[in-house]
Design a protein around this ligand. Sequence first.
Ligand SMILES: Nc1ncnc2c1ncn2[C@@H]1O[C@H](COP(=O)(O)OP(=O)(O)OP(=O)(O)O)[C@@H](O)[C@H]1O
Ligand SMILES: [Mg+2]
Length: 365
Amino acid sequence: MARKRKIDVAVLYNFLGEDEFETLRQGLQGGETELSPEMAEEYDAEAIGDEIATVEEEIQAVEDGISGAGFTARTINIKDDFQILMQALTNPRPDVVFNLVEWFNDDSWLEDRVAALYDLLQIPYTGSPPVALATCQRKDRTKEILQANGVPTPRFMVVTKEPIPRLGGLRYPVIVKPTRADASEGISEDSVVENRQRLVQQVRMILEDYEQPALVEEFIAGRELGVSVLGNDPPRVLPLEEMDFSELPAGYRGIISFESKWDPLNEVYHKSELICPAKVSKSVKKRASEMALRAYQVMGCRDYARIDIRLDRRGRLYVLEVNPNPDLSEAVGFGASARAGGLTFRQTLRHIVRSALKRNHRQGS
Ligand SMILES: Nc1ncnc2c1ncn2[C@@H]1O[C@H](COP(=O)(O)OP(=O)(O)OP(=O)(O)O)[C@@H](O)[C@H]1O
Ligand SMILES: [Mg+2]
């Protein structure tokens, strides 16, 4: 009897240029990059170099996981080139795309168009459909949809140009963010402001440096939870995670800033600690899970997503944003929650690939 052909999974991603973490690692390990004197008291440069993972390593881990899950995996970096993308989709045509493409033409705004191309070619693919990818990138639009569906989200206003209006019904402190960035781009301790003068500064910075509207949102002091959701019929909420800020030096607010997410040379990177499963009461767990599930559904997410939630000091929960196709690496966010939920990396990937294969293209979007 002929052996059944394995399902062919094309793992697509888009990466060009230098991997900053690779350069940093080489610098730390080769001694050219030194830690600041304060950092050097507590941390070891080589150990930090060992800890960080490059894009290539993360993609390789996904490829290995998919092979390990029983599929044929071939990884293609589309290098921002439409010809390479089309080749990957037609020659040979994969059974399913594992979609890790987050931008095109150097523009993350085009992320949804790449998924739309898979739809046009009627190739099943993992993750959310174009409409969810596009809406979740627009934080203001996401919040309107959440509000309309009874999912609490901090009160907000959008500023598209000067003059910067009065806060109206909003109360200080507020946080000023780019409406359309992710991965904590444009978010620092300075983003949280207590008065008009600082508000004007921050809004102006977003309008000028990021060339996009500023989202001004009430700042929710309290705890930071991440809720991962897996699958479709029905979706399953994985164990909650918490970003613990208790080790941060005095004076820090406790937010996931750009430095805390991306700068291993800054102590805040090391002092924000992920705890999974989060140590929260049963009631918080239940309410946060229900809220995340509702957010996943009303935003039209598919296969897997991570919902960012804040818990204020009075026990109220608010959805900050919804991340379709979140980072899958094992140590953080979605990966950590899946592991705490009893799923190995391979099982998680298998689940996601199977979810995509179950769809026929007409259900695609
Ligand atoms: N209204 C708020 N109240 C309190 N903290 C907030 C608020 N909005 C944002 N933050 C902090 O800033 C971080 C980043 O904000 P947000 O999740 O909106 O941006 P992002 O860049 O899209 O994040 P991601 O890295 O998840 O893509 C949050 O994780 C949280 O720590
Ligand atoms: Mg976020």
